[in-house]
Ligand binder design. Structure first.
Ligand SMILES: [Zn+2]
Length: 61
């Protein structure tokens, strides 16, 4: 099973799409389980346009 998770700022100046195509150009990072030697998903870390204190992580459907 492959999961895609987006970590997005909640209180940013702009709304962030739960998508790789978000305007902030999120950075994707593969999640690898060493014990099972397989990739289980990706985490996309979005870039806040201003300092944000609230972030949320959500899985792409
Ligand atoms: Zn974004």
């Amino acid at each position: 099973m492959h999961k895609i998770v987006h970590v997005r700022p909640v209180d940013d100046a702009v709304g962030h799409e739960e998508s790789v195509d978000c305007l902030c150009g999120p950075t994707g990072q593969g999640v690898h389980v060493a014990a099972a030697d397989r990739s289980v998903g990706m985490i996309y870390h979005h870039h806040a346009l201003r300092p944000c204190h609230e972030w949320e992580a959500s899985a792409e459907a």
